[in-house]
Design a protein around this ligand. Sequence first.
Ligand SMILES: Cc1cc2nc3c(=O)[nH]c(=O)nc-3n(C[C@H](O)[C@H](O)[C@H](O)COP(=O)(O)OP(=O)(O)OC[C@H]3O[C@@H](n4cnc5c(N)ncnc54)[C@H](O)[C@@H]3O)c2cc1C
Ligand code: FES
Length: 368
Amino acid sequence: MDFSIILKTVGSLVMISGALSIIISIAEKVLNNYGTCELDINNGKKMLSVQGGSSLLSTLAGEKIFLPSACGGKATCGLCKVQVLEGAGPLLPTEEPYLTPQERASNTRLSCQIKVKNSMKLVIPEELFNIREFVCTVESITDMTYDIKRLRMKLPEGETISFKAGQFMQFYTKPYGKVKEEVFRAYSISSKSSEHDYVELLIRLVPGGLCTTYVHTVLKEGDQVRLSGPYGDFYLRGDCEELIMIAGGSGLAPIRSLVYEVIEKGLPHKMRFFFGANKMKDLYYMDEFARIEKDYPQFRFIPCLAFPDEGDNWTGDTGFVTVALDNQVDTGDNKEAYLCGSPGMLDACIKILKTKGFTDETIFYDKF
Ligand SMILES: Cc1cc2nc3c(=O)[nH]c(=O)nc-3n(C[C@H](O)[C@H](O)[C@H](O)COP(=O)(O)OP(=O)(O)OC[C@H]3O[C@@H](n4cnc5c(N)ncnc54)[C@H](O)[C@@H]3O)c2cc1C
Ligand code: FES
C-alpha cells in the first residue's frame, strides 16, 4: 500500500478519535451538570446548597460532614450508610449486598454509590456532626514488625480530639507515583483515649495496597497528613465482669486502646487478651503488655503462635488463637467479647464464643 495512504488513514483516525474525546468530554460536562441542589438534613435543621454531580459521600465531606467509610467509596465496606428520605433514585445493585430488609424499608442507602443529582432529604445521626478533620504532623514512624508500622501524629497546635477507645480514623493519602488521586482508608486508633493531642495508628502493609504502600514507602516523619474522625461503634460497653479481647496482626490497635481505657478509668473489669500470630516475628508490644500484666493483676495477656520456629524457643501457647480460646474460656456468663482482626480469624473465634454462650449482644468486633 502507498505510504501516503497509510499516513492519511492514520491521520484521519487520530482526528476522529480526538473529535470523539472532545464530544465525550463536552457531553459528560452537560450530562453531569446537575446545577445547585438543596440538601435538607434532619428535617430542616441544616440546609446546604451544593453543586450536583458527585457522590453524596464526597459532597457531604466537601461540606465537612464526614460519614464513616473504610474502602474509599468502592462499595466494599458498607460503612457509609445514610437515610435518604427523598431524592436518591432507585436502589443500585452495588448497594444491595450491604442493606438489610429493615434498612431498605427505612430508605437507608450507601452514600458513596448515590450521586447528588437533585435536591435530597437526609437523616444524619447527631453524633456524626462531631466528626472533624485534622491536618496532623507525623512525629514518628516506627517499625513494630517487618510489616506493621506505628504512626504517631500530632494534632495542629491548640486542637484536641475526643474518642472512645476502639474507634477508628480515616487516613487520606496524597497522590504518589502512578496513583494520581488521594485515597482514604480506615485505621483503628491504638493510642490512649486520654491522650487528646496525638493519634497513633498501626498500619500493616498490604502488598499492592494503595494506602498502605503510601504509608510504608512514601510517608516521612515531619510530613503533614489529613485525618478525619473519630468513627465507629466498636467501643467498650462494659456491662459485665470480664472482657475477653481477641486480636490478630494490626487488630491489636483498638484492643491496646481499650485495655488502657479500662485501666486509666479505674474500671473493675477483669481482662483477658488473646493475641494470635503466626511466628515470633509477628509479635509486638510484648514488653508493654507483660508490664501491664505485672502492674494490673486484673489483666492477662495470652499471645498464641500458630507456627513457631524451632529457634524461637517459644514457651507460650502454641496453635491457633481459637484453641487457646476454647481451652481457657469456659462460659460467656457475665462476659463481653471484643474482637479485631481478619474476617477468617474473627469468624472462627465468634463460632467458638457462641458455643460458650456469648450472644450477638455480648460480642463486638471490627473485621479487616
Ligand atoms: C473499621 C476498620 C478499621 C481498620 N483498622 C486498621 C488498622 O488499625 N490497621 C490496618 O493495618 N488496617 C486497618 N483496616 C484496614 C484498612 O482500612 C485497609 O483496608 C487496608 O490497610 C488496605 O488498604 P490499602 O489501600 O493499602 O489496600 P487496597 O488498595 O484497598 O487493596 C489492595 C488489595 O488488597 C486487598 N486487601 C485489602 N485489605 C486487605 C487486608 N487487610 N488483607 C489482605 N488483603 C487486603 C484488596 O481486596 C485489594 O485486592 C481497618 C479497616 C476497617 C474497616
Ligand atoms: S465507602 Fe465503603 S461502601 Fe461506601
